[in-house]
Design a protein around this ligand. Structure first.
Ligand code: UGA
Length: 447
């Protein structure tokens, strides 16, 4: 029987909640703490405040089997956990720097409450050298010389497949500076069949920022290639296929389109640029990754104008606003910038998304935006359909019905989901990203 640990997870956001649920699923006794009382109230009733496939079942099962409970009390969490994961937010400041005040606060509270050995583990994405600062803070505030270790154990889960990613990781990264911390973390993850990278704390912190930045760079790289493809009439999907078959490159994260969003890539790139700068390195490569990504969102509007000329007064239907499928998350979503540009230009926007509309309503409460409950209703009398998120339900559609419903059969496909259908044959004007234009269509954008 593997060793069971008493673990506390501080922060019941996406990462904290999934970490708590999965650690409990592995057999550990987990306390998940959050300082938001209404969240704890919901969770204690088995209700999950975020949309993440499989999470609710996992939480309910572990609660029923007494391996998981929720609390709003830091004292209870510190008393319970020999191992304490910090999974609180590290939101961006105006200048892109990560705001570490929540992490510092938690470290201070843990220090003042701990009475016996604790292993304090950074789970939140943090800039390099945060571990050192956490350690110094705990040393400052700890009472009675209680022993402790600090470790870094970054998380690589993706929203929408978070449970699967946690339980089947490509690798587990453990940044430690003591044998005891190493042994405990190796024990905790023993039943997961994955390579473990054991390193110092700073390298572990860098692995997280470097991995997210590298993935974002792949996306911006293929989007840059897609711009060239559009200029010469080449096909970016074929280019990505040809590149991706080289094992050193790989096909994943080479999907061209309107670019990346979410609560991780944009924020992590900004934070990485900022920490690099404060360490004396100008990370210009990453600044360019960000610029290319911003440009893709503007390109959508150019594509619409290329065909409709004037956007003012036109009805633009949008399918999908979540930053990617299988989530209701709209943080950093390309849809937000795109909708903002469309309404600024005077368009009437009609939106359908299977999960994310309620969240979007908190950003846009505008009479020029309609929210509808059905994808076909959204395109009624539309001058253009814009695909922003590649939800599964948009892949298999009735194009004849769509043509009948739309005022003008024009599709801008921000995720290239219809690129293999010959939509020109079905009398649509179809614009993908990095795809050859239909013959006969002369683009203003080529110039
Ligand atoms: C990302 C990383 O993939 C996770 O490994 C990491 O743990 C997580 O950030 C985090 O730091 O917490 P996530 O933000 O959930 O996960 O989403 P991804 O699936 O990586 O997608 C990010 C964005 O890139 C989405 O907007 C997606 O549409 C876009 N994307 C992805 C592309 O535009 N093209 C691609 O080829 C792939």
């Amino acid at each position: 029987m593997d060793k069971i640990y008493n673990i506390s997870v501080i922060g019941a956001g996406h990462v904290g909640l999934v970490t708590a649920a999965c650690l409990a699923h592995l057999g550990h006794k987990v306390c998940c703490m959050d300082n938001n009382p209404s969240k704890i109230d919901l969770l204690s009733k088995g209700k999950i405040p975020i949309y993440e496939p499989g999470l609710e079942e996992m939480v309910l099962q572990s609660m029923a089997e007494d391996r998981l409970f929720f609390t709003g009390s830091m004292e209870e969490a510190v008393n319970h956990g020999e191992v304490i994961f910090i999974a609180v937010g590290t939101p961006p400041r105006e200048n892109g720097e990560a705001d570490l005040s929540y992490v510092e606060n938690v470290a201070r509270e843990i220090a003042s409450l701990m009475e016996s050995y604790k292993l304090i583990v950074e789970k939140s994405t943090v800039p390099v050298e945060t571990g050192e600062k956490v350690k110094n803070t705990i040393k400052l505030y700890v009472r009675k010389n209680v022993p402790f270790d600090v470790a870094s154990n970054p998380e690589f889960l993706r929203e929408g497949s978070a449970i699967h990613d946690f339980m089947n990781p490509d690798r587990i990264v453990i940044g430690i500076d003591s044998e005891k911390a190493k042994r405990i973390l190796m024990d905790i993850y023993k039943s997961l069949n994955a390579p473990i990278v054991v390193t110092d704390i700073k390298s572990a912190e860098l692995i997280k920022h470097a991995s997210n930045s590298f993935l974002a760079m792949k996306i911006s790289f293929i989007n840059a290639i897609s711009r060239i493809c559009e200029k010469v009439g080449a096909d970016v999907e074929k280019v990505a296929e040809g590149m991706g078959l080289d094992k050193r490159i790989g096909r994943e994260f080479l999907n061209a389109g309107i670019g990346f969003g979410g609560s991780c890539f944009p924020k992590d790139i900004d934070a990485f640029i900022h920490i690099s700068e404060s360490l004396g390195y100008d990370f210009r490569l990453l600044k360019e990754v960000k610029r290319i990504n911003d440009e893709q969102r503007k390109l959508v509007i150019q594509k619409i104008k290329d065909v409709l000329w004037i956007i003012k007064g036109k009805k633009i239907a949008i399918w999908g606003v979540a930053f990617k499928p299988d989530t209701d998350d709209i943080r950093g979503a390309p849809a937000i910038d795109i909708i903002d540009q469309l309404i600024t230009e005077g368009a009437k926007v009609c939106i359908y998304d299977p999960q994310a509309m309620e969240n979007l309503k908190t950003v846009f409460d505008d009479s020029r935006i309609d929210y509808v409950q059905d994808k076909y209703q959204a395109i009624h009398d539309a001058d253009c359909l814009l695909i922003v998120t590649e939800w599964e339900e948009f892949r298999n559609v009735d194009f004849n019905l769509m043509k009948k419903k739309m005022r003008f059969p024009f599709i801008v496909d921000g995720r290239n989901i219809y690129s293999s259908y010959n939509l020109q044959e079905k009398e649509f004007i179809y614009y993908g990203f990095g795809k050859p234009l239909p013959s006969g269509v002369k683009s203003q954008m080529r110039k």
